[in-house]
Design a protein around this ligand. Structure first.
Ligand code: FAQ
Length: 311
């Protein structure tokens, strides 16, 4: 790679300028972005499954309408992010094939089952809450199309977080059975939500370079700490207890100390051994097969039009 081009690129990044699709960029920068944006897109799409599971069983028409809108938003985020990745020279087909072949990852969090209605509350509150914590800084990521995608996505995630927290307030203030359901959902989703931020900084192979290129604006541990600090008082307000006996306010650092995360579980889920990983991938594979006729029809239509124009 031309050292002059590289130097000019790094100066632009250091000056907080956005890099745009037609600008020169190092191949490794392009590759990292395709990896992160496509994995982000896959997460949005696979992330529709746990909540989609409850649309037909929502407890009221109002809850059903809200949940339907939320799940549709996630589809929109996925498509938006696939488009952002396509500006880097990959195609949606290639990205989908990488997912289905098990080469591209998606967030560990979506490999856990949704057992009760309270899980809809816990996912909105904790999973969308963690997603916002990670995505708000990405509005200033160095790649223009990704940064701009995050603006719209973050607005919608804020609504998702609030609808989840509102479900939790109703359940936590309801009958003893409802409150127990809310507590059980918090117990099951707390630790997996902390894992969403990725491995600890000293074990995160991509962080240093991604921070230098301003693809990532904060480290995994910094965002995880921020999430804990914001979320613990929200749990207290609900009258629920965070399932961590080591959780304690640390006045010196003005933040919470928290217990050790089970990284063995995290890596097992990353390897595809999550509780419902097989079901998730089977659902995506089925959807891709079911959509084959649409892709073929669109191709045939495009070929016919091209032939007509040529004639
Ligand atoms: N799950 O070196 P690092 C949502 C992988 S929000 C699976 O630290 P990096 C909204 C990582 O890819 C969820 N894999 O990596 C929603 C890497 O492997 P690779 C999606 C993980 O990239 C809510 C390896 O471990 N959000 O969908 C995870 O610098 C509700 C080493 O890790 C985003 O994707 C994990 N949790 O940092 C939808 C945000 N963590 O690729 C529906 C954008 C790490 O080298 C319902 N992404 N790995 O093979 C990011 O900010 C970053 O990619 C991180 C990981 C922070 C996730």
């Amino acid at each position: 790679e031309d050292p002059a081009l590289l130097e000019a690129f790094e100066a632009r990044v250091a000056a907080d300028e956005f890099i745009e699709p037609k600008d020169w960029m190092p191949e490794a920068y392009r590759k990292t972005l395709v990896r992160q944006i496509s994995q982000h897109a896959h997460s949005e799409i696979v992330g529709m499954l746990p909540e989609g599971n409850w649309i037909t069983r929502a407890p009221s028409l109002r809850r059903k309408a809200v949940l339907l809108a939320k799940v549709q938003d996630e589809a929109g985020h996925g498509l938006y992010l696939y488009c952002a990745a396509e500006t880097l020279g990959t195609s949606r087909d290639q990205m989908t094939e990488a997912l289905l072949a098990g080469k591209a990852k998606y967030s560990t969090i979506f490999n856990y089952p949704t057992l009760t209605w309270a899980d809809m509350g816990a996912i909105g509150w904790l999973v969308d809450g963690a997603a916002i914590m990670n995505q708000v800084p990405l509005q200033r990521t160095s790649y223009g199309p990704y940064a701009r995608a995050m603006v719209k996505v973050c607005k919608e995630e804020s609504f998702h977080q609030r609808q989840g927290y509102e479900i939790m307030t109703v359940l936590a203030g309801g009958t003893p059975e409802q409150k127990a359901m809310a507590q059980d959902a918090l117990d099951r989703w707390w630790w997996p939500s902390l894992m969403m931020f990725g491995p600890p900084d000293d074990n995160s192979p991509n962080t240093a370079q991604s921070m230098r290129w301003r693809i990532k604006r904060d480290t995994n541990d910094a965002l995880r700490q921020k999430f804990v600090d914001i979320t613990v008082p929200q749990a207290e307000f609900l009258g629920l207890s965070v399932p961590d006996p080591d959780l304690a306010w640390n006045a010196d650092k003005q933040g919470y100390d928290f217990g050790a995360i089970d990284w063995d579980e995290f890596y097992a889920v990353v390897r595809g051994e999550g509780p419902v990983a097989k079901e998730r991938m089977a659902a995506r594979r089925q959807a891709w097969q079911d959509g084959a006729w649409v892709r073929e029809a669109a191709d045939a239509h495009a070929a016919k039009r091209a032939a007509r124009i040529a004639a």
